[in-house]
Design a protein around this ligand. Sequence first.
Ligand code: NAP
Length: 260
Amino acid sequence: MSEPSYPAATPLLPRRRALIIGSSKGLGAALARRLACEGYSLAVTGRNVDLLDQLCAEINQASGEIRAIPYVHDARNFNQVPDLLQKIITNLGGLDLFIYNAGVLLPTTPVTYEADKDLQTMEVNALGAIAWFNAVAPVFQALRSGQIVGISSVAGDRGRVGNPAYNASKAALSTYLEALRNRLTRHGVHVLTVKPGFMDTDMLKSSPRTFWVISPDKAAEDIWKAIRARKQTIYTPGRWGLVMLIIQHIPSVIFRRLSF
Ligand SMILES: NC(=O)c1ccc[n+]([C@@H]2O[C@H](COP(=O)([O-])OP(=O)(O)OC[C@H]3O[C@@H](n4cnc5c(N)ncnc54)[C@H](OP(=O)(O)O)[C@@H]3O)[C@@H](O)[C@H]2O)c1
């Protein structure tokens, strides 16, 4: 059976093209649905073939044409990245928007120390992102256009007792994105850092205490608005911006005594 292909772009019907790393469910799937509504052709990726197939079938049925094609990829397979990016760019006929959304939050407690979980967290949340950014950035820089979005977290703004590796992975991602923005803005490439609070997805199931929980659809809507407005950093929902400004200024000597 031949592989599915995207409809060709024409001068009268130019098509924007997006690649989302980690889009089988949760926020990544919500972003894929949102971008499909805007007419994007999409490459969606993840490890779960069944979920990716279901998502693409849903999007393509709703659009009445092929808008989404799945690519199975584990973000820890760094060596696959250059060839997979080239394959996706060829199939899409170019690339306008790249989103790194893949992330894990592995359950732990303030008294457990498990290197395998911490290393996996760093690999998926930070190192996979760096592997992809290094492949995508020169493509966009040469084109003098393109948008890069990284899904970080409020958790990257401070180191807390609960999950040091998750905090560190998101801090690394946020700082990497800031540096990338400082490199690429002068070349016409837009870089957006997204810091969600709590979202109602499978990831939240392992979080003991949550509040201000928003749906992945609401977060995807905020992200889409920020992409269009070419914002640099957003918190979703926005009130987390003020909360994290206060939290970032709590002196270490006090912060270390808090239980969150
Ligand atoms: N939920 C929250 O409250 C919250 C808050 C702040 C930030 N975030 C961030 O938002 C992003 C999306 O999370 P979510 O809440 O939507 O979680 P989710 O429902 O668990 O989805 C996580 C996504 O990441 C993908 N992923 C995980 N490990 C991967 C790997 N090794 N290779 C490729 N893809 C992988 C999963 O796909 P496969 O399983 O198919 O591989 C899935 O599509 C994450 O970066 C997360 O850290 C979430």
